[in-house]
Design a protein around this ligand. Structure first.
Ligand code: PLP
Length: 420
C-alpha cells in the first residue's frame, strides 16, 4: 500500500515537475484551465475502480448504486446548466463525443459541412485523415479573406450547393460569436441537422456571457476541460428526439465502460459552473482577452507587423496575426516560452507558412482567470506579450521573465498541494 513516491519515483518526479511548471509560468493555451481542488479529488478517487457499462438504472454490472448517483447528478446538472432536454456525460473526450454525434445523426457516406480546419475548425469536423473525413463526405466553409469572419451568406451558398446532411457550427480558433439562428435556418432550408460543437466557449455559455446554441441545434457537443474548467472529457446535449440515438452511439457505439471518476468530476464541475463565482470568473476571462486584444492592436505593436485577427475578440481567446511580423508562429511561441508564457502557435486563415511553423498565435485567458487574475494583472500580461512580440529577436528576455515571476508569485497555484 505504498504511495506514488515509493512505487514510482520517476512518475512522482514528473508530477512534481509539472506542478512546478504550472505554478511558475503563465498558462495561456486557450484550451487549457486549472481545475479546482474538488475536481482533482473526485477524479483521483476510488471511482476509477468501477465498471459501469450502460446508464444509471440500466447497467451491465452489479454494484453501481453509488456511481449511478454520480452520473445522475452530472446529467441533471448539465441539463439544468444549459437548458437542454437530454444530456450524455459519458464521452471520454471531445473527440469521442463528436464521433458519437456523427454516428448518431448520419450514416457512413453521408455529407457534412463544417468550418475549414485551416480557418479555425476542428479535426473532428471533417479533416481528411480523421474519422470524420474518412467516413463522411466533407465540404467546408471558410472565413472571409478580408474580415476573417464567417460569412453566413457564404455558408448558405455552400449548403445549397452541397446539400449536407449535417451542418457543423463550432471552432477551435475563432474569436467571435457564431450566428446560431442563421445556422438553424440554413439547416432547415437544406434539410440538414444542426450540430454545434461548443467545446471552447461552453463555460461562457454557462455563465450567460455568450449566446447559447442549445435552443437552435439538434445536438450540442462539448469538452469539460476548456472554459468550463473541469476534468479532461466530453459531453453531449440534445433534443429529446435524438436522445436514444445519442446514448447508443456513445455506448455501445463508441465506448465501453465510462470513466466514473471523471463522470463524478464532471458533476462537480457542472455544479461549480452554476455558481455566481463561476460567472464572475468568466467575466474576468472575457475582459482579460479584450485587454490583450486591445494592447496588441496599439500602434507600437501593429507598427512591428503584429496584429489581431478581426481586430479584437468576443470570447476567451485572441488570434495573433504574424504574417507581417519578423517572427513566425514557432519563433513567437518559443520567445514567449522563454519569458515564461505558454501559448500555442496557430495557423491563420490563408497562412503562407506551413502548418508546423504557422503565422499565428492563439492566446487564451481561462487558466489565468482561474488563477485569480483580473484587469490589472491582464493589463500587465498584455504588455509583457506586446513587448516581446514587437521587440522580437532583440526582446529583453530577462526583464520580461522577471515581470512574469512577479505575477506568478502573487497568485500561488494549488497552495495546499505538496510535492512528492
Ligand atoms: N472540439 C473542439 C472544437 C475542440 O477545440 C477540441 C479540442 O481541441 C475538441 C473538440 C476535442 O477535444 P479532445 O481533445 O478532448 O478530444
Amino acid at each position: 500500500n505504498q504511495g506514488l513516491a515509493q512505487v514510482d519515483p520517476e512518475i512522482a518526479a514528473v508530477l512534481d515537475g509539472e506542478l512546478a511548471r504550472q505554478r511558475d509560468t503563465l498558462e495561456m493555451i486557450a484550451s487549457e484551465n486549472f481545475v479546482p481542488r474538488a475536481v482533482l479529488e473526485a477524479q483521483g478517487s476510488v471511482l476509477t475502480n468501477k465498471y459501469a457499462e450502460g446508464y444509471p438504472g440500466r447497467r451491465y454490472y452489479g454494484g453501481c448504486e453509488q456511481v449511478d448517483v454520480a452520473e445522475t447528478l452530472a446529467i441533471t446538472r448539465a441539463k439544468e446548466l444549459f437548458g437542454a432536454e437530454h444530456a450524455n456525460v459519458q464521452p471520454h473526450s471531445g473527440a469521442t463525443a463528436n464521433a458519437a454525434v456523427l454516428h448518431a445523426l448520419i450514416n457512413k457516406g453521408d455529407k457534412i459541412l463544417g468550418l475549414e480546419l485551416a480557418h479555425g475548425g476542428h479535426l473532428t469536423h471533417g479533416m481528411k485523415i480523421n474519422f470524420s473525413g474518412k467516413l463522411y463526405e466533407v465540404s467546408a466553409y471558410g472565413v472571409d479573406p478580408d474580415t476573417h469572419l464567417v460569412d453566413m451568406d457564404k455558408v448558405r451558398e455552400t449548403a445549397l450547393e452541397q446539400r449536407p446532411d449535417v451542418i457543423i457550427g463550432g471552432w477551435s480558433a475563432y474569436p467571435r460569436h457564431l450566428d446560431f439562428a442563421a445556422f438553424r435556418s440554413i439547416a432547415d432550408e437544406v434539410g440538414a441537422k444542426l450540430w454545434v460543437d461548443m467545446a471552447h466557449f461552453a463555460g461562457l455559455v454557462a455563465a450567460d456571457l455568450h449566446p447559447s446554441p442549445v435552443p437552435h441545434a439538434d445536438v450540442v457537443s462539448s469538452t469539460v476541460h476548456k472554459t468550463i474548467g473541469g476534468p479532461r472529457s466530453g459531453f453531449i446535449l440534445s433534443r429529446e428526439e435524438h436522445a436514444k440515438k445519442i446514448d447508443s452511439a456513445v455506448f455501445p457505439g463508441q465506448q465501453g465502460g465510462p470513466l466514473m471518476h471523471v463522470v463524478a468530476a464532471k458533476a462537480v464541475s457542472f455544479k461549480i459552473a452554476g455558481s455566481a463565482e463561476f460567472a464572475e470568473r468568466q467575466g474576468r476571462v472575457l475582459r482579460g482577452a479584450s485587454i490583450i486584444a486591445e494592447r496588441l492592436t496599439a500602434p507600437d505593436v501593429t507598427g512591428a507587423g503584429v496584429s489581431v485577427l478581426t481586430g479584437g475578440t468576443d470570447v476567451h481567446l485572441v488570434l495573433v496575426d504574424l504574417r507581417r511580423s519578423e517572427l513566425d508562429g514557432q519563433q513567437a511561441e518559443d520567445l514567449l516560452h522563454s519569458v515564461g508564457i505558454t501559448v500555442n502557435r496557430n495557423a491563420v486563415p490563408f497562412d503562407p507558412r506551413p502548418p508546423r511553423v504557422t503565422s499565428g498565435l492563439r492566446i487564451g485567458t481561462p487558466a489565468l482567470a482561474s488563477r485569480g487574475f483580473g484587469d490589472a494583472e491582464f493589463t500587465e500580461v498584455a504588455d509583457i506579450i506586446a513587448t516581446a512580440l514587437k521587440d522580437g529577436a532583440s526582446a529583453d528576455v530577462t526583464t520580461l521573465r522577471a515581470r512574469v515571476e512577479k505575477l506568478t508569485a502573487g497568485f500561488p497555484l494549488y497552495p495546499d498541494l505538496r510535492q512528492y
